[in-house]
Design a protein around this ligand. Structure first.
Ligand code: PMP
Length: 352
């Protein structure tokens, strides 16, 4: 840190992404990436677009915005694209929270919410999860401020039905509810239809997981057109060209290839259930994850120890030190072979 850095940024604790080690080749099950490559259509469109990289991209991303809107069954004015969903989540913190309107979210959820709040000088309140890791919806609802709910939640994987979210949104018409649906394509149900009925819900999704495009950085938000205009004000005040040409082109290819997307989601769900079943046989318990990761623990081995032993065997998973979840590991659902390798490694570790 230099002596010139402002106090606010000095005090900030930045987000720590999952390890991206270079020293050896791991089976990487720690950052919830897709094991499948992007759609061929996405690759082809991005490569063709590379020839135009001397030109700025379309700041309104007209083609992709129209396609996302069509896929979500909303109008173009209801969609904003972003550089990963992280960016539009940050826009939402900037737009709908300040010293007077705090951010409210669960104590165990996506770690970036806290960072966005601190970065923007926003007070925040964390609401403890219940003992079974479910969201304390009443406490979340009773706390004033802008609500941020990851649904399904991370790292627990638990999904809250749309009808329950609707109740919160309907009961709280004077504040915004942001639903982060990064993992919704793996068995959950989207709240996007609620955006047509209520003006206080914003739904955020990403191309990073189910559409195999984490490296392209592409996300979007859907909401009523005034909300989207709010977020556009921020986009045009920070980085109008937030989605680069190759990413926007890849996004079009990915959206057009819905069959590939659906098939990949189906395979991830199958592999997730295989992993649940096999780890259960080995004495593990798991949450009812509706995502592309499993959240598991065993009485036979401490969470941190399992993480370390798997790493020694060349398999990376994600372990969190937080007291309430330190017995668990979050394991990304990879290909069938990767999950088989994981199960075999766990068997070996338990037998050692
Ligand atoms: N929300 C949640 C709950 C996540 O786990 C992630 C990915 N780590 C994101 C949002 C952000 O994803 P991206 O910026 O890649 O779209």
């Amino acid at each position: 840190m230099s002596k010139f850095l402002t106090e606010k940024i000095q005090k900030l604790t930045p987000y720590v992404p999952g390890e991206q080690p270079k020293e050896r080749k791991y089976i990487k099950l720690n950052t919830n990436e897709s094991p499948f490559p992007p759609s061929d259509k996405a690759i082809k469109k991005a490569s063709e677009e590379a020839k135009k990289l001397m030109l700025y991209p379309d700041p309104d991303c007209n083609e992709l915005t129209a396609l996302v809107a069509k896929t979500c069954n909303v109008d173009k004015e209801n969609v904003i694209l972003s550089n990963g969903s992280d960016e539009v989540l940050n826009f939402a913190f900037m737009a709908y929270c300040d010293e007077k309107t705090k951010a409210v979210f669960a104590d165990i959820t996506y770690g970036f919410y806290k960072v966005f709040a601190s970065l923007n000088g926003i007070p925040y309140k964390e609401i403890p999860l219940k003992a079974d890791f479910s969201l304390d919806l009443e406490a979340l609802s009773n706390e004033d401020g802008t609500l941020f709910i990851a649904n399904p939640n991370a790292p627990t994987g638990l999904f809250v039905p749309v009808s329950v979210i609707e109740e919160i949104v309907a009961k709280n018409p004077t504040r915004i509810v942001v639903i982060d649906e990064a993992y919704v394509d793996f068995g959950g149900e989207s709240c996007i239809p609620l955006t047509k009925k209520y003006d206080n819900i914003l739904v955020v999704q990403t191309f990073s997981k189910s559409r195999s495009m984490a490296g392209a950085r592409l996300g979007f938000a859907v909401g009523n057109k005034e909300l989207i205009a709010d977020l556009m004000r921020i986009k045009y005040s920070t980085n109008p060209y937030n989605v680069n040409r190759m990413t926007a082109a890849a996004g079009v290819g990915a959206m057009e290839d819905s069959g590939y997307f659906e098939n990949n989601c189906k395979k991830i769900i199958e592999n997730r259930e295989y992993t649940h079943k096999e780890l259960e046989k080995l004495g593990f318990v798991h949450t009812n994850s509706m995502t592309n990761f499993v959240f598991v623990k065993s009485d036979k081995i401490d969470g941190a120890q399992l993480y370390k032993k798997l790493k020694d065997k060349g398999i990376l998973v994600r372990h969190f030190d937080k007291e309430e979840i330190k017995e668990y590991n979050r394991i990304t659902v990879g290909s069938a072979q990767e999950m088989q390798a994981l199960v075999n490694a766990v068997k070996e570790i338990l037998g050692e």
